[in-house]
Design a protein around this ligand. Structure first.
Ligand SMILES: Cc1cc2nc3c(=O)[nH]c(=O)nc-3n(C[C@H](O)[C@H](O)[C@H](O)COP(=O)(O)OP(=O)(O)OC[C@H]3O[C@@H](n4cnc5c(N)ncnc54)[C@H](O)[C@@H]3O)c2cc1C
Ligand SMILES: O=C(O)[C@@H]1CCCC=N1
Length: 388
């Protein structure tokens, strides 16, 4: 039992956001402790799995603006750790040509001069074989988008944090937080005192925030991560330059369907639905709803004729959704030395290095490098309840 050890900062939760925050704090010479409830690495939160998409294809400029630096910081971590974390594949965005969202994404890419190629129904299959472009859909390829190697990235950033003198204690669940000028954090194995705390607890955020009298409007959903088998091995392979893709909406669904080329499991393509059914993070396996899989099956039949329309592997992962799907990056409304990074809404991985930088800046009381107004807690004011 460790008692009353003192730190400049304690970061709670060693997913992608907490790990990058701890690393940034250590770079700023802060004596930092990173606490994780499970033994690392684990598969029970939101950051596990081999791959994630990295892209600038968004409908808002503020995400595109952050991505330039995010790409640079990913490359910096690759150099520091001596590992490959990013593979350029391009991102195919398909959607109803006349829909507001598809048009917005295309315009945002053009306005921000992101390298892209517009495909037509005539040349589509020359560039993208084995995919059916639905009539009325447009298609663009964002050239510099690609795949991030997620598990490898977590291992790398945690190792760099430790090299900088940071301390990781896994298998230690935070049970209580006592706010104050010095915050007391009690875990299943000890008690720590810190000048500052950062809460990056993913799907468990509200459980921890309850100790500070705050609840955010977060909804946790379980995503069935489906892998689909190629009929002809190699048809959708990363080595044949098959891109990541997003289908913004379709006759099957109004939500995005997205996928990555076959890569981590030979012959299997990852295709997921961008929402799921409500789940308790500690009881996720009890959530057995398969309606997302049914939607995906119809989409695979319709658009991916080279795949067997029955998932070969189904894994699970959690999203923590905010009502507007934008992140929460802010100081606690009552305790300025408690900083919150939450609600990454199923699209936060690519921003990990920037989220780490911003959460570190908030924690140190510095002016944030980007405008954080879309991410502030006050946007929920009418709905959030501060019991204090
Ligand atoms: C299927 C899927 C696909 C996705 N695809 C993409 C993509 O292509 N591109 C992209 O950019 N993003 C993607 N995302 C989103 C991205 O992965 C998440 O936004 C990101 O991983 C969230 O990280 P986090 O650190 O907030 O949460 P988590 O990874 O869940 O980390 C929180 C950590 O806090 C720990 N913790 C919680 N409570 C306690 C406690 N009391 N004590 C100690 N530790 C605690 C948890 O165990 C956990 O390790 C995807 C997500 C999923 C699920
Ligand atoms: O963030 C991403 O790129 C993925 C794909 C689109 C939907 C959510 N996650």
């Amino acid at each position: 039992m460790s008692t009353n050890q003192e730190f400049d900062c304690v970061v709670i939760g060693a997913g992608v956001q907490g790990s990058f925050t701890a690393y940034q704090l250590a770079k700023h010479k802060q004596k930092t402790l990173l606490l994780e409830q499970f033994i690392l690495p684990h598969t029970r939160g939101s950051s596990h799995g081999q791959t994630r998409i990295i892209r600038k294809a968004y409908d808002e400029d503020f995400y595109v603006n952050m991505m330039d630096e995010s790409y640079e910081l990913w490359a910096q971590l690759e150099r520091e750790a001596g590992v490959k974390l990013y593979r350029q594949t391009g991102l195919l965005v398909m959607g109803p040509e006349k829909s507001h969202y598809y048009e917005q994404v295309k315009n945002t890419l053009q306005r921000n001069k992101v390298p892209m190629v517009t495909l037509t129904s005539d040349n589509f299959n020359q560039h993208i074989p084995h995919v059916k472009l639905t009539e009325g859909n447009g298609a663009v390829v964002e050239v510099t988008a690609g795949v991030l190697y997620a598990d490898r990235a977590l291992k790398a950033v945690q190792a760099q944090f430790q090299k900088l003198g940071g301390v990781i204690r896994d298998n230690e669940m935070v049970m209580d937080i006592k706010p104050g000028p010095i915050v007391t954090v009690s875990t299943s194995a000890g008690v720590y005192r810190a000048k500052r705390v950062v809460i990056t607890a993913g799907p468990w955020a509200n459980r921890l925030l309850a100790h500070t009298g705050l609840q955010l409007p977060l909804e946790v959903v379980k995503i069935n991560v489906c892998y689909w088998k190629e009929k002809v091995p190699g048809s959708y392979d990363v080595r044949r330059r098959f891109p990541c893709f997003i289908l913004t909406e379709s006759q099957e669904s109004k939500e995005h369907i997205y996928g990555l080329p076959s890569n981590e499991y030979p012959g299997l393509v990852k295709i997921c639905y961008h929402t799921g059914s409500k789940a308790d993070p500690d009881q996720r396996d009890q959530q057995t709803d398969r309606s997302d899989i049914n939607i995906l099956q119809r989409c695979v039949k319709h658009c991916f004729p080279g795949l067997i329309p029955e998932p070969a592997v189904v894994e699970s992962c959690l999203y923590t959704l905010t009502p507007d799907r934008h992140f929460v990056l802010d100081c606690h409304p009552t305790y300025s030395n408690i900083v919150i990074g939450a609600g990454f809404s199923g699209h936060g991985f690519k921003f990990g290095p920037i989220m780490g930088k911003l959460l570190c800046e908030l924690s140190l009381g510095e002016v944030p490098s980007y405008d954080l107004s879309p991410f502030r807690i006050r946007r929920f004011q009418a709905k959030s309840k501060s019991a204090l």
